[in-house]
Design a protein. Structure first.
Lengths: 139, 139
DNA sequence: TCTTGAACCTATAGTCGCTATAGCAACTAC
DNA sequence: GTAGTTGCTATAGCGACTATAGGTTCAAGA
């Protein structure tokens, strides 16, 4: 019926100390305890933690997850807010991808200018890191 | 000739407390001081900090930058090591991009399933976050 | 030369999202 | 019963900074 923190950890992929950390931060409820003071969780806790885990996997900041959790406890509210949060995060992720792609291009340029056979003193990799003017694009 | 920590900050784009932090961590040398105990930097310091800044912009972990700095102080060594570090980071960045693109696809799917007009209780965004089985791909 | 205000100094604590450690207690399987 | 795994709390540490407090020094204008 109910299960231990280790079971919850295995079933969600969230590490045990992280679960306790989430509890301390108020992201999940304090569960009931056994007579010996050990935590015992229910299916509801499992669902909530899965929700949190999934949001983290998606790269949502904790704050966004908190907002979504708050929303989901008001089932009559319109879902436009939830949509807004997801859309914002989509925009964030696209920005990050674009940024990384610029860096990729530059690192590629840097590595291609180096044969690996000459001495450090003439190494374009090091020169490229030391001198922004050698960059093709801004970053 | 030499310049203050504020000047160095403006010329490199590295914030003042961050410069002091780098000094404490041994990434840059302790500069000379005025009689009044204020730091005064030279062109050499500027170059080194620019190098560090550029590496950070490229997403290099501090450890990789330390290695590159060590390398550049041994000008007779072959540059294969520098090349290796840059190549490793290129690989890291490509992995991160691929990961983010998977997340982008899923967030897109999630937002598109939501019209914003219905109630939270029926919101696909929240359902999608709560249930991994609704995902198309693994992550 | 004096004054004012910006820039500088040190030291410490806080950020985020965990993760690790120490030193115990309880549960489970044999 | 006992051994071994799992659990408990509390605290410290991680990376890479950032913020704050409370004081000192510098540079430019009057």
């Amino acid at each position: 019926m109910d299960f231990s923190i280790g079971d919850l950890s295995r079933r969600t992929g969230v590490k045990v100390p992280t679960i306790r950390y989430y509890e301390k931060e108020g992201l999940i409820e304090e569960p009931i305890r056994t007579e010996g003071n050990q935590r015992r969780y229910t299916e509801r806790d499992l669902e909530r933690l899965t929700f949190i885990r999934h949001g983290r996997d998606l790269g949502l900041p904790m704050m966004a997850i908190r907002e979504l959790l708050d929303l989901s406890s008001h089932p009559d509210a319109p879902c436009a807010d939830a949509d807004r949060i997801a859309s914002e995060q989509l925009q964030n992720i696209r920005t990050r991808i674009a940024q990384l792609q610029r860096l990729e291009a530059e690192l590629l340029r840097i590595t291609q200018s180096c044969t690996g056979t000459h001495a450090i003193a003439d190494c374009n990799v090091l020169k490229a890191f030391g001198d922004h003017r050698l960059c093709k694009g801004e970053h």
